[in-house]
Design a protein around this ligand. Sequence first.
Ligand code: HEM
Length: 479
Amino acid sequence: MDQLNKLRGYLPVSTLERKDLLPIVSIAAAASIFFASRRFFSSGQNNKRECKKIPIPGSRYPYVGHMWSLGEVPGRTIRKWHNELGPIINLKMGIRNWFMVDDPVLAQKIFVTNGAKTSFRAHHVFSYDHYSMGGMGLAFSQPDERWKVSRSAGMYQLRKSTLTVLAPKHIEKYIWTIQQEAKDLVTRLILSTESEGSVEPSQFLKLFALNVIFKIVCGKRFDSPTHPDYIQFQKIVEHNIKNGAWERDLSNFVPIFSYSHHISIIAADLILAGSDTVSASLAWDIAVMCHHPDIQKKFAAEIDTFIKINGYLPDVKEKEKLPYCMSVIKEGLRFRATVPLGLAHTTREDIYVDNYMIPKNSSIISSMESMHMRQELYPDPENFKPERFMGNTKPMQSAANGRLEGRDHFNFGWGRRICPGIALAEAQLFVVLVEIFSRCYVEPTTNGLPDIDSAVHGGLTARPVNYKVKFVQRIDFST
Ligand code: HEM
């Protein structure tokens, strides 16, 4: 009624008496309230019309849509499209809709604030029907009760003993394994350099990462990349990745794969998600560091200072005492995103975020490469500058699971589906790089520097094109 009186007060009353105006004003007010409320109550139905249009990049073909337009390095093409069209774009991938997001604030709203609606995994014939046998395990299962139990710290009863594999407080149990594997790795890299003149580190990095996770999950390791067991294991993995139901063969190999479908697929998830990602990240780090002898020197100097003060090689627990080394690790993850398109989430209902409408059954993907190259977040993004991360020594695990303001990179994904292996990944990257630069420097061969501009896409990860470098023992080590 107050509103009505105010409205009446504004009207000019020189020619008409106030009493004559009353019905007119009342009708006008009622009409405006009626239209306003109609808009309000019907906004659910009209949202599609009123929402901001999500741009679709131009270069697409009939039927296949953008599938053939993504190019050799999809992350880079998607970055170009984001630069042209904004923080959210809609790709047509055959009959599927992909919504790519490269703004962390928008991604946080989609994947975290709306996490209850956007934490599903898309149905993918291979990963869902074959690999995870209808959504069992962790990575491709739907966020149901079984998945929740699987992700909770107490779930990893992979062996008869309670084995909490990935919870950060339990990582310490595996530090010795990681350190031993890292020592082995670096010795191999140095010896191969000495005997062959240079080394292609990728095969050794893969062995390192597989050994760490395989030891944790199955209690086994492989002695060398040429060991018949390792070759057999790789064949089984490759064969079963192509044909599905891989635990049938693996159960002959390690007993854990005969426990139950669900447990064996969790084990398989951990081995796949935990080995390729870590070895690819290390492959990038070594290639990039080879381009930057000055950064290698600073990295080594920080380790030397720690050793001078403490008398031993820094332990993962003490990583915040080596802020420069931690910053190099983060800058490595930012500079060349190992999982450039994250892992697609999906929603089973239309969702509305920032006046955008994402229709149900679409894939929603965090454009990792583009996000980590945003000029306003990472000034001079094309250059490898570890200093940009010096201000934040929080463990990556807690930063990633905390508030958005505390996150300085987003490589491990979002919300309920965020990577559960962050602490293990951080520990491995730290131990290996500290082991390398406490013992040697990485130098180019006479054929030149590693190519860090191209990338090889192997499923979910992107790794550098194979390269050779030299691991030359340090002579400037000063303790
Ligand atoms: C540098 C190393 C790594 C990177 C960059 C990485 C990145 C990611 C990303 C982007 C996701 C998807 C998150 C989302 O859906 O929003 C993910 C999921 C996952 N990661 Fe990692 N990861 C790494 C290492 C590891 C390790 C060491 C393990 C375990 C041994 C692991 C296990 C998993 C699992 C099981 C999932 C699926 C989780 C779920 O769907 O609920 N990852 N990771």
